[in-house]
Ligand binder design. Sequence first.
Ligand SMILES: Nc1nc2c(ncn2[C@@H]2O[C@H](COP(=O)(O)OP(=O)(O)O)[C@@H](O)[C@H]2O)c(=O)[nH]1
Ligand SMILES: [Mg+2]
Length: 233
Amino acid sequence: SEYRIVIIGKTGTGKSSLGNSILSYKDDENRPFPSQTSANSVTKTCQRGFVFLKHKKTSLVVIDTPGLFDTNVANDETITEIVKCVALAAPGPNLFLFVLSLKRLTKEDIDSIELLKSTFGKDVLKYAAVVFTCKDELEYKDIQEYIEDSQQFLKDLIFDCGGRHAAICTKKSRAKNYKKDVKGMLDLITHIIESHSYKFYTAEMFKVADTILKKEVETRSEKEPERMKEEIK
Ligand SMILES: Nc1nc2c(ncn2[C@@H]2O[C@H](COP(=O)(O)OP(=O)(O)O)[C@@H](O)[C@H]2O)c(=O)[nH]1
Ligand SMILES: [Mg+2]
């Protein structure tokens, strides 16, 4: 068995850094996702990494996605790529992590979440948690206080995600207690998946993937599927 998570959100919120922090908890070298700190390449396509969780005797598969509202890529292109990323988590992701940065929360973050809801359906929230990155930038006593003082949209989002949320600084050099935070993140992820009885998101996902696949098929000959049907008979 394995646990599958997909990291999504606006570009530059720290998705790849979060994925790398989770995966490198036991092995510093296990940082598969290109991040803005690396010279040129940022995530443009689906990326997959995994770590074996000894104490659970299971693998944790982490899928990183390209960010929405990237100035160089149109959102519908990114959405198509994100759907492919979700397909990489077949038979379905156990958990989506919605990443928001405490450094800067903008209207585009809200729009990103709306876009994901309209792509994957409201069901997606049952399988989602909110992760705040850049905890080192937090000017409040704790994340709870920050949420209480924040816009209604954020409170609603966390409520819709069943209250599941966490804050983390993924930069080792800036974190007060890096190891503890990453461990907390890992524990939260496994806890959510287990308390969901290992259920995973599929319903809307296949509908969406279907439409995108159909678009690709439309460009091909229509006789091909007919011939295949006959062969199956
Ligand atoms: N200070 C601070 N910077 C962060 C944190 N997480 C990510 N960053 C920085 O934010 C930038 C974007 O990170 P990246 O992981 O590439 O974002 P992505 O586009 O969402 O994948 C990089 O320069 C990271 O070093 C954090 O927790 N604290
Ligand atoms: Mg990235």
